[in-house]
Design a protein around this ligand. Sequence first.
Ligand SMILES: [Zn+2]
Length: 389
Amino acid sequence: MEASVTSEDDAGSDATLSSASTITTASADLNSDLNFSLAITSHPAAVERPQKKSQLVGITKRRNWLERFKPQRPTQEERRAARAALASRKDEGFVASQLREGRVLLHRNGKQLVTLTPNGSAEIAWQHPDILGAIGAREEGVVVLSPNHLAIDVSAWQEAEILERAEGIFVGTRELMGIGTREALGDASRARALLTWHATTKFCGACGHETTPIEGGAKRVCGACSRRYYPRIDPVAIALVRSADDQKILLGRTPKLRKGMYTCLSGFVEPCETVEDAVRREVFEEAGVLVDAVTLWASQPWPIGRAGGCELMLACVAEASAAASTIDVDETEMEDVRWFTRQEARAAFDAAVAYAHQPAGAAEDGVVFVPGDYAIAHHLIKSWLFPPP
Ligand SMILES: [Zn+2]
């Protein structure tokens, strides 16, 4: 499957980045590339009314698509400020106090309200908290993304009704991977992941009673048995499988992928399974290829997972066994799996620039391409084609 998008934890820390970097230094640059974090400090702290379109002209320069993934880590001072601001999460009235100071992202049916700049990029159309009263939304549906940055699910309201009061357009998270700024993508992804989880965790799995959000939407609790629920994340192992002689890589496609797209093999990690074993199992199940060494390489959150939730893509580099590298495709799951030579992989990588962000069916017959740079699969393939010196 296509891989993922990175956001950070609620305190704005780069824990993912730091811990992954300790696994292998080779992955450090990659992690930085994918780290479009929640911008805990880059938004203006002062509460402002939504900007008029004319005010936005010239504010956001069009960035090239790789530049969007460059790291912009908060300073230690900024991290401390964020941690202090979120330390009061358990206090009564936390959301109300955040609403007094903050601004709100609107999420509707998997899309987020953004403003398109004349240069073609998208920024979150942050709203004054008054919008909640205007459309009749309740405070308990609000989640805190980062200090003074909140989000609410407005799927229950008509789009026209919302757009009478808020300027912007609703754009899907997937489309934002192509046009959103790094900050917009981080905020939109986190909002989508949290709000989707809240929308599907309304009742206690143990006693069936209603659950309610607590701590600014970081958890839910059952009103009858007090069981706590934490946001769900689905771990997915994704692997760049290299041939034993390192001259080919294994890429495949499911029927759901856009015409012409091939990517690294992947699958959900099963309970009590290691990531490395998940790679060995999935590659054998999908392609009939045996894998020897597996190295965990980098990770990336993917907010538009197959099951509707947020996945955590755990990227690995794997070596196929010399003894059993003949492909035997599982046709119930995969449409095709093939070995790509360096030349073929390079052509598919170059084609990603032209096709990865195009609508479905855009690729001409015979054109093969890999996912764009929003996906960790792209970086896995890139690392093989262009190894660091
Ligand atoms: Zn319960």
